[in-house]
Design a protein around this ligand. Structure first.
Ligand SMILES: Cc1cc2nc3c(=O)[nH]c(=O)nc-3n(C[C@H](O)[C@H](O)[C@H](O)COP(=O)(O)OP(=O)(O)OC[C@H]3O[C@@H](n4cnc5c(N)ncnc54)[C@H](O)[C@@H]3O)c2cc1C
Length: 545
C-alpha cells in the first residue's frame, strides 16, 4: 500500500452548520423564545462552521500577538500586532452583533430574545475560536457599567452600534467602530480588588491615574474600564488609549503574558503613567459600578465554555462514527458508546443551563423573579460549566486516540483553552462565595428562586433530595466550607429543570437520574445509561453522521 493511501481515518469535521447539527441548542433556543430566529442562526452556524473559519481559528492561535513597546529610536509605541486571521475573526464577530446585539442605541436592553439569540451565536463562535471573543465580550458587557454615565455612553454607543471593526490605532472619536476592555486585577490581588493600589487624582476634565494592572487583556481596545483609589475610595474609570487632546495616553505595556492557552488574545501587564481617565459612577462605588459588567462577562464565560465542550463532543462523535476498531465502528463499541453518551448527556445539561440563564437576562427587566434567578444562577452556572469543561474536553480528546493529541486536530487548542473561563472573572471558590452572597442579600427572592428551580425539576429523580441538601448546606453555620457541593447541586438542579423545558422529560430524567440521584462516577462512561438511550443521545448530539 502506498503511504498516500489513507484508510480508516475520519474526514475533516468542517463545512457544517453549527446550528442545524446541534439539536440540543435548537431545543434550548426554542424553549427560551428564540425559535423565530432559527433561519438567521442557521446562516450564522453555516458561516462559522465553514472550513475557512476553522483555518482562521488555527492561524490566529499559531501566530500569537506581539508587543511592540518601543520604536527603533527608543520612543514608546505600546502597540500590539495581531495576525490577519485575528482581525478577520474580530470583524466577523463584531459584524454579527456579538458586541452589541442585546443593547439599543441608548444603552438600554434590547427586547427578548436578544440575550438568547446572542448567546446562541456566542456559543457557536466559541466553538471555532475563543481568544478573540475576550474583547468582544468585554465591549458588550462594559455597556452595563457605563450606562450610569448617560452622555459618555451615548457617545461610545454611537461607535459600538455600528458593528464595524476598526483596528486602527487612532483616537476613538475618529474611528468607525470601537472595542472596550477592563483592568481590575493587580499584582497583589485579583479577587480582592479593594486592595488595588492604583491611585486616581482629579485633573482637568477627568482624573490622572498612576499605578499598574497585572492582567489587562485585549490591550488594543480603544478604552478600558479600570478601578483605582480616588480620594473618595475605590472608583471605576474609563481610560481611553488617547487623551482628549489627541495625544497618546499613558498606558505603558510591560509585557504580554505567556499563557497556557487563549493564545490569539493578548493579555498585558501595564503601567499607568498619569494616564487620563473619565470617572464612571460615583467615587467610592467602583465595585458596585463595575459589577454590572462582571455579571455579563461571567455569563459569557459559561456560554463560551459550553461552546468549547460542544466542539470537543462533535469532534469525538464524528471521529468515532468513521473509525473502525476490531471490525466495529468505534461508536458501536459498547464502552465507547457509554463514554460518548455520557458526554452527550453532560453537554445537554450545559447547553440547556446556559441558554436558560441567558433567557433569565432577557426577562429580568420586567420580572423580578427572573432578575433574582439571573443574579443567583450566574455564579453557579459559571462555576459548574466552566469547571466541567477541562475534564470534558480531555475525555473527548481521548476518543480520537493519538489523533486527538496532535496540534492539527482542534482538540489540543480546545483543551488548553478550557481552564481559563473558570479562572478569570472570579475563580471557582469566588463564584461559590458569590452564590452565598446573593442568597444572603436576596433573602426571600433567593428562596423563591430555589423554589422555582425545584418546581421546574419536580418529579425528576433525585431533585427533591437535591433541593433539601442545597437548602441545608446554604443555611448551615459553616456554609462556606460546604459551598462547593451546594453550588454543584444547585447547578445540577437548575440544569435538570432547564432540560425538561428544552430537551424534554426523557433527557431530563436521564440527566437527573445519573447526575442527581445516582451520583456521577469520577470518569465519563460510568453512568448507567441503557444501550438504546445511549444511541439516542449520540444521534441527537450529531444527527448528520
Ligand atoms: C487569560 C487571562 C486573562 C485575564 N484578563 C483580565 C483582564 O482583562 N482584566 C482583569 O482585570 N483581569 C484579568 N485576568 C485576571 C483574573 O480575573 C484573575 O486572575 C482572577 O480574578 C483571580 O485573581 P488572582 O489571579 O489575583 O487570584 P487570587 O485572587 O489570589 O485567588 C487565588 C485563588 O484563591 C481563591 N480564593 C480567593 N478568595 C477566596 C476565599 N475567600 N476563599 C476561598 N478561596 C478563595 C480563588 O478562587 C482562586 O482560586 C485575566 C486572567 C487570565 C488568566
Amino acid at each position: 500500500m502506498r503511504v498516500e493511501e489513507v484508510l480508516n481515518q475520519s474526514p475533516p469535521y468542517v463545512d457544517i452548520d453549527l446550528y442545524a447539527s446541534d439539536r440540543s441548542l435548537q431545543a434550548a433556543i426554542a424553549a427560551n423564545g428564540g425559535e423565530g430566529e432559527a433561519a438567521a442562526l442557521s446562516a450564522f452556524g453555516k458561516r462559522w462552521g465553514a472550513a475557512e473559519m476553522f483555518e482562521l481559528g488555527r492561524a490566529a492561535n499559531e501566530h500569537p500577538p506581539e508587543l511592540n513597546a518601543f520604536d527603533a529610536k527608543g520612543f514608546r509605541r505600546d502597540v500590539i500586532e495581531f495576525h490577519p486571521a485575528y482581525h478577520q475573526l474580530m470583524a466577523e464577530s463584531i459584524a454579527a452583533g456579538l458586541a452589541v446585539s442585546t443593547w439599543r442605541e441608548d444603552a438600554t436592553p434590547a427586547h427578548a430574545p436578544a440575550q438568547v439569540t446572542r448567546a446562541a451565536r456566542f456559543y457557536m463562535a466559541a466553538q471555532i475560536e475563543t481568544g478573540h471573543l475576550c474583547p468582544v465580550t468585554m465591549t458588550h458587557a462594559a455597556i452595563a457599567a457605563l450606562a450610569v454615565e448617560r452622555e459618555l455612553v451615548a457617545e461610545l454607543m454611537s461607535k459600538i452600534i455600528s458593528r464595524r471593526y476598526d483596528p486602527r490605532f487612532r483616537p476613538w472619536r475618529e474611528k468607525s467602530g470601537i472595542t472596550l476592555g477592563m483592568g481590575m486585577t493587580e499584582k497583589q490581588g485579583g479577587t480582592d480588588v479593594r486592595t488595588n493600589t492604583t491611585r486616581a487624582e482629579p485633573a482637568g476634565e477627568g482624573y490622572a491615574i498612576a499605578g499598574h494592572k497585572w492582567f489587562m487583556s485585549a490591550p488594543m481596545c480603544d478604552a478600558f474600564l479600570v478601578l483605582a483609589q480616588a480620594p473618595g475610595g475605590l472608583t471605576c474609570f474609563l481610560m481611553p488609549r488617547f487623551r482628549p487632546d489627541g495625544s497618546v495616553n499613558g498606558l505603558h505595556f510591560q509585557r504580554l503574558k505567556d499563557k497556557l492557552g487563549n493564545r490569539s488574545n493578548a493579555s498585558s501587564e501595564v503601567e499607568f503613567a498619569d494616564a487620563f481617565a473619565w470617572r464612571v459612577g460615583e467615587e467610592g462605588r467602583g465595585v458596585r459600578t463595575i459589577i454590572n459588567m462582571v455579571q455579563l462577562t461571567r455569563l459569557d464565560c459559561a456560554i463560551a465554555s459550553a461552546g468549547i465542550m460542544r466542539m470537543a463532543l462533535a469532534q469525538a462523535i464524528h471521529h468515532a462514527s468513521y473509525r473502525t476498531v476490531f471490525q466495529k465502528q468505534l461508536v458501536d463499541q459498547p464502552m465507547m458508546r457509554a463514554v460518548l453518551a455520557d458526554l452527550a448527556l453532560e453537554m445537554e445539561g450545559a447547553t440547556a443551563l446556559v441558554m436558560r440563564l441567558a433567557g433569565a437576562y432577557d426577562l429580568a427587566a420586567g420580572d423580578p423573579g427572573e432578575a433574582a434567578r439571573a443574579r443567583l444562577l450566574t455564579p453557579a452556572v459559571k462555576y459548574w460549566v466552566c469547571k466541567r469543561a477541562p475534564g470534558f474536553t480531555y475525555e473527548a480528546m481521548e476518543c480520537l486516540g493519538g489523533n486527538g493529541y496532535v496540534e492539527e486536530s482542534v482538540l489540543p487548542r480546545l483543551y488548553r483553552e478550557a481552564p481559563v473561563n473558570a479562572i478569570w472573572e472570579g475563580s471557582g471558590n469566588v463564584m461559590c462565595l458569590d452564590v452565598l452572597r446573593a442568597l444572603a442579600h436576596k433573602g426571600e427572592a433567593g428562596r423563591a428562586v430555589l423554589a422555582a428551580l425545584a418546581e421546574d425539576a419536580a418529579d425528576l429523580p433525585g431533585t427533591g433530595a437535591a433541593r433539601a441538601a442545597v437548602e441545608r448546606a446554604f443555611s448551615a453555620p459553616d456554609a462556606e466550607a460546604d459551598a462547593r457541593v451546594a453550588v454543584e447541586r444547585l447547578a445540577l438542579l437548575a440544569a435538570a429543570g432547564a432540560l425538561r423545558q428544552s430537551a424534554g422529560p426523557e433527557v431530563a430524567t436521564l440527566f437527573a437520574r445519573t447526575r442527581l440521584q445516582d451520583g456521577h462516577g469520577a470518569m465519563y462512561g460510568t453512568s448507567e445509561i441503557s444501550s438504546d438511550d445511549a444511541r439516542r443521545l449520540i444521534d441527537r448530539a450529531l444527527p448528520s453522521v
